[in-house]
Write a protein of this length. Structure first.
Length: 336
């Protein structure tokens, strides 16, 4: 299998290379692309892989079987469609295709049934939405959800290499470089993504719309406030939810304990540093709202490494799901 990573020099692209290695995905040829050619390449399985500028012509000539996009909305919009039309599987970390009709938005632990044999483009959902949905899905299955409210505490690496550099620079005493809407060192910034100063930010809209799509609940009320914090890795979320029927912490714990991809902490807390470089979503502090008499209002704290489960790992898991479903059997049968 010939696998391309577009954006291989970025934080998500670099993590895709690592996760492909760690999970021993059957990659025969690895092709790496970025915005420009690089004399120094990227490392994959102990070897140096040259990095080429991603152009339509170059990708068409290289003919990958699978193309991971970890670059930008613009690059995905320009390059992904032609690859899919040529028969490649596209796994795209940008927002370009996520809400398109007839395009599945898949978390393999949550909605693997959303994949159809004819699909070629598989967007990876927004990282905050993935962490949230992994924790909400078992609750939706067990007792149903009536509404969800979430406040997020998002790591700087969610803004890519520029986000990490901005925090490191401010820690060294440099002036803020404009990556974030306000200084990030010793601060919290209640704006993630575009914001016109009135209403939701782009990130808040993505969290609501993509979570609804992945849960298959277009009617679900979701409200989000997304906040950037001076944490390097892993997003945290305080979630307030209402269930469709009365339930108990025991029943919610039971659903979460059995859920694939979830680690339940029945006691104590969990922090972003605890989950850095891991693939599971951690859930703690599940509790009823203190004055609730209906048995339907609860809160929980969730944490997940957004570079891994929120991006790279989820994309690689989609590829593993397609391999397991026999999507590449034809290509392998005809391989030289
Ligand atoms: N960071 C996260 O936690 C996260 C989570 C989920 C989804 N995402 C999404 O994943 C994508 C990558 O994000 P990131 O955080 O990894 O960003 P990043 O660290 O800034 O890396 C961006 C990568 O894209 C490449 N690139 C930029 N413009 C390109 C173009 N026109 N053609 C080809 N390659 C281009 C860059 O190459 P050069 O090195 O040549 O500039 C670099 O390799 C974005 O769509 C982002 O929204 C990020």
């Amino acid at each position: 299998m010939k696998v391309a990573v577009i954006g291989a020099t970025g934080v998500v692209g670099g993590m895709i290379l690592r996760v492909l290695e760690e999970r021993n995905v059957p990659v025969d040829v690895l092709l790496a692309y970025a915005s420009r050619d690089r004399a120094d390449g990227v490392r994959f399985r102990g070897a140096n892989v040259p990095v080429a500028a991603a152009t339509r012509e170059r990708l068409a000539a290289d003919r990958p079987d699978v193309a991971f996009f970890a670059s930008s909305d613009d690059a995905s919009a320009e390059l992904a469609g032609a690859l899919a039309d040529a028969g490649a599987i596209v796994i795209d970390n940008s927002a370009t295709f996520r809400l398109a009709e007839n395009v599945p938005l898949v978390i393999p632990e949550v909605n693997p049934h959303a994949v159809r044999a004819s699909d070629r483009i598989f967007p990876v959902a927004n990282c905050t939405a993935i962490v949230l949905t992994v924790a909400l899905a078992p609750i939706e299955r067990a007792v149903g959800l009536r509404s969800v409210r979430v406040a997020t505490y998002q790591a700087v690496s969610g803004a890519g290499r520029a986000g990490l550099d901005a925090l490191a620079g401010e820690e060294r005493g440099e002036s803020p470089d404009g990556t974030f809407a306000a200084p990030i060192f010793r601060n919290v910034v209640p704006q993630v993504g575009s914001y016109d100063g009135d209403g939701d930010t782009g990130e808040e809209k993505k969290v609501a719309a993509e979570t609804r799509k992945m849960l298959g609940r277009s009617d679900l009320h979701i409200a989000a406030t997304t906040v950037r914090v001076p944490v390097m890795r892993a997003h945290s979320e305080a979630v307030f939810f209402e269930t469709s029927r009365a339930t108990s912490v025991d029943e919610l714990h039971d659903a979460l304990r059995k859920a694939p991809g979830v680690v339940l902490h029945e006691h104590g807390i969990v922090t972003p540093r605890d989950v850095e470089d891991t693939d599971l979503v951690h859930v703690a502090r599940v509790r009823p709202e203190s004055d609730d008499t209906s048995g339907t209002r609860f809160q929980m704290w969730i944490v997940g490494d957004q570079l891994r489960k929120g991006a790279a790992t989820n994309g690689v898991q989609i590829l593993e799901l397609l391999i397991a479903q026999g999507c590449f059997a034809h290509a392998e049968a005809h391989a030289p």
